[in-house]
Design a binder for this molecule. Sequence first.
Ligand SMILES: [Zn+2]
Ligand SMILES: [Zn+2]
Length: 556
Amino acid sequence: MASPVRVSFLGGLGEIGRNCAAVEVEEKIMLIDCGLMFPDADMAGVDVVLPDFTYLRDNADRVEGVVLTHGHEDHIGALAYLLKDVPLKIIGSALTIGMAKSRIEEKGVEDQATFIEVKDNQRINVGPFDLEFFPVTHSVPHGFATAFHTPQGVVLHSGDLKLDMSPVDGRLTDLAGLGHLSQSDGIRLFLCDSTNAEAAGFSASESSIGKSLNSLFLSRAGRRIVVACFASHVHRVQQVANAAIASGRKIATLGRSMKKNVALAREMGLLHIAESHLVGIEDIDKIPDGELCVISTGSQGEPLAALARMANGDSHWLNVAEGDCVILSSHPIPGNESSVSRVIDRLIHKGAEVIHSGHNNVHVTGHAKSEELRVIHSIVQPEWFIPVHGEFRHMSAHARIATQIGLPADKLLLCTDGDSVILDDKGLERTEPIPADYIYMAGSVAALDENVLTERNILGKDGFVSSIVSLTVNGGKISLLGDPEIVSRGWVKGEEGRQIHKEATEVVRSAVEEALKDGKDKEADIVRASKRSLGRFINHRTRLRPMVVSVVLGLE
Ligand SMILES: [Zn+2]
Ligand SMILES: [Zn+2]
């Protein structure tokens, strides 16, 4: 009997973000990606959400390394946090490693990492892992699908991919290679990107955007143009640069990650912009409006990024004015819609023309839509299939696609974060799950949990009200020392507020007096009486539900 292979999902199944899976072969663990997730609006004060690394920390001596499928934050962004506890061999394409390295160096944990660069179609051995890398097209260059040649056959992970038949760099998804692998060794288990499984048809090619950018640039002669897109989207940056150069403009980059990625990609020969076409952001005032194009970060409406700063009028470098044209070459990630919309609104208020994917062909997706998934499945023809990378709706749509084109329903497992499966001679089966909580990072601590977030949401919504009851003990008799004090923050204001505070004071006073009269004079009794009466009063009088706290002073 060949030794079994275990696959566990630490994140990315049930949400878009924090992609991380663990493949176990002969007692060793190889991760596929180690990404983060950006917080929703209801995760007040949270900077990033990480996968739960408990299982990896508990088995740190068995962790060999991580395969990075590509350089997006939802695949590499959590590495620096894991490296603090677990040293890793980090395997990926040169660009992906370059992107990961800079994030890891920022956090000062590079000593814990050994970097292994691999090329398209290379096959390498790392510990007991026999790995082969297939080129895939996506919204960052040099992504991989990864084949794990294991004692249980080939486990194939798609990475994030689409089937772009005319990619900007000419590097196609290697369907021939995947087909060959499927026909020769066979694919025992397939894990595949589900992000766009609900979308009909084929995704448009990245190169289709070049044309629209060209005509937009030409028809805005004499005006300044700002384009915001993902800093990692090298091919998008290339097409913006081409359109700018073709319309006689110089290019300036704005935003830290844009500067960094443009420099990295130029150095690697993946981005072609001659030095003579570039201008430093500090020199843009010397360039006439019609001869300038600024490529900026902030296309997701991130409040601290360059675009939002321009929109708010507090950019150090560029303030958007009447006549400027701002192109958002992106689509909001779920959860970012309202911040993007706010930024658009402010830019328009400042007199700019804003062009976005809602009404112009200035963005295409990087993820395969349903028809592409059909093509992929018909080529890969796996024995077993687990949809990954998506919310449940995306994964279940992906499951439907797989079964529609011939996968038997009993060869499919719909998994979620924390699920763990064993592949052995008999087939694929669920096993003991692993911890997979959301780890909320704020500042430098991971001390936030669901309770803290619930409290923050209550505070954020309806504020905070506290009653302070001071008591005095005289000859064994307990009585109120003055009026209870009502202190509030973010609750009610003005004349009506003062009136409500006064009424609240009365309500708490009579509740406490009542309790004392009934002989309920323990601290806990009085806290309960004042809290309950205050809560009831607030609910009845204001229909708000602030956080209510009661403090009792003067008892031993
Ligand atoms: Zn991606
Ligand atoms: Zn992704």
